[in-house]
Ligand binder design. Structure first.
Ligand SMILES: [Zn+2]
Length: 85
């Protein structure tokens, strides 16, 4: 059984001559699902090691969009997560 969590994909950061480090992480564009704290999403996208993470229970409840491909794969792997026992 895998541990899952959400990991953020960032929009391209705005170029900043003054402080490139501060501009490194832009706004969150998409949330992806990763297994076992990896940085590769289930859909195959490489995500940053420093990207924000959220618990898997936040899937579908974030302000930003969630990756459809990750969602389909995730629900196939954990089909009963949101069902009441
Ligand atoms: Zn994804």
């Amino acid at each position: 059984m895998h541990e899952h969590e959400l990991r953020a994909e960032y929009a391209p950061a705005v170029e900043s001559q003054d402080d490139p480090l501060a501009a490194d992480l832009g706004p969150v564009r998409n949330w992806h699902m990763v297994r076992d704290a990896e940085t590769t999403a289930m859909c195959g996208r490489e995500l940053r090691r420093r990207a924000a993470v959220k618990p898997e229970s936040d899937w579908g409840r974030t302000r930003e969009r969630c990756c459809h491909t990750c969602g389909a794969l995730y629900l196939r792997e954990v089909p009963f997560l949101h069902e009441v026992p």
